[in-house]
Design a protein around this ligand. Structure first.
Ligand code: 3HC
Length: 297
């Protein structure tokens, strides 16, 4: 059966990832509805999108007209039912399976048969989300990377139940955003996080063990391994709370110590030292340039 083209896209969750996803979707010409329960969060997301678009214009990666058009295509909504007209809904709620399944269960009756449901989860079972809907063949993963407007990859993830047609529509949609795609199976961490997360956790363990200073650990991997940023700076960019949630989910499934979040990481999260978004993590962002934070080691 031919499916209607994707014109309207709902994005559920206006955090760091959700707002970035909404931005690239709106930039690609789709009418975009960004849902969040908090109006204040929606306002912050819009400010963030406007600032990011301004930066892209400044760098010559977008035009001023493109910026205005993208902002005009993007609307915030606080009622989940407002996503009823979406041809695709991308969920970017925090990495909490109860929260995500609750959201899909609530949304399912509002959306027409053809609507695709895609989760931006990095590690939780998409099959568990598909199972709470009446459309498991149209549920899959679209996993974006942070910062979404700059990172070229989307992992397109299929479960055992995802239909060929839905998977093909999702691949075409991700490419229409100007992204490269990698096809992945519904396993914890997919391709990128399966390799990246143990590396990031090892960097924390190395720091905890006093192997080197924060600055030297990061400089080592930047200058010696050609990474665009060191692991501790990257942890701060992703958000330490997100990395702990992803690591816990992977540890729960694989039961392998290499996925277990190290004590230093869980303690920083407990103190609200979440990285860039909270102003402090492995680095302190209060000044003009980040400086390594005191970790009490
Ligand atoms: N929108 C627009 N511009 C942005 C931006 C955004 N969201 N975020 C940063 N920028 C801007 C910066 O402000 C900077 O502008 P400036 O030059 O005027 O200061 C510009 O982009 C370039 O930044 P930098 O000069 O600091 O660095 P680069 O040009 O080398 O690239 C980077 C920045 C793309 C972030 C690069 O450092 C990089 O690739 N880092 C690794 C990121 C990564 O690994 N992400 C994946 C994380 S894992 C993940 O997300 C999965 C999840 O499930 C956990």
């Amino acid at each position: 059966m031919t499916q209607p083209p994707i014109r309207v896209v709902g994005v559920a969750g206006a955090g760091q990832m959700g707002s970035g996803i909404a931005q690239v979707v709106a930039m690609a010409g789709y009418r975009t509805l960004l849902f969040d329960v908090s109006a204040a969060q929606l306002a912050r997301a819009r400010e963030g999108v406007a600032a990011s678009l301004a930066k892209l214009v400044e760098k010559g990666k977008a035009t001023a007209e493109g910026r205005e058009q993208a902002l005009a295509r993007l609307d915030g909504v606080t009622d989940l039912a407002a996503l009823h007209g979406a041809d695709l809904v991308i969920e970017a709620a925090p990495e909490d399976l109860e929260l995500k399944t609750g959201l899909w269960r609530a949304l399912d009756p509002h959306c027409p048969h053809h609507t695709l449901f895609a989760s931006n989860t990095s590690s939780l079972p998409i099959a568990r989300m598909a199972a709470v809907t009446g459309r498991p063949d149209r549920v899959l993963g679209l996993h974006f990377f942070n910062p979404v407007p700059l990172m070229p990859l989307v992992e397109v993830v299929r479960t055992v139940a995802t239909g060929e047609a839905a998977f093909a529509r999702a691949l075409a949609f991700a490419r229409s955003l100007g992204k490269e795609v990698v096809a992945a199976r519904d396993t914890p961490g997919f391709v990128v996080n399966r390799l990246l997360v143990p590396y990031l956790l090892d960097a924390v363990r190395a720091r905890e063990a006093g192997l080197a200073s924060t600055a030297d650990l990061d400089a080592g991997m930047k200058l010696g391994a050609g990474h665009p940023m060191g692991p501790l700076a990257l942890l701060d960019l992703i958000g330490l709370d997100t990395v702990v949630q992803v690591a816990e989910a992977m540890f729960t499934e694989f039961r392998e110590p290499r996925f277990a979040p190290p004590p230093l990481l869980t303690r920083l999260v407990a103190l609200g030292h979440l990285g860039r978004k909270s102003g402090r993590g492995f680095y302190d962002y209060a000044g003009a340039a980040p400086v390594p934070a005191e970790l009490g080691l």
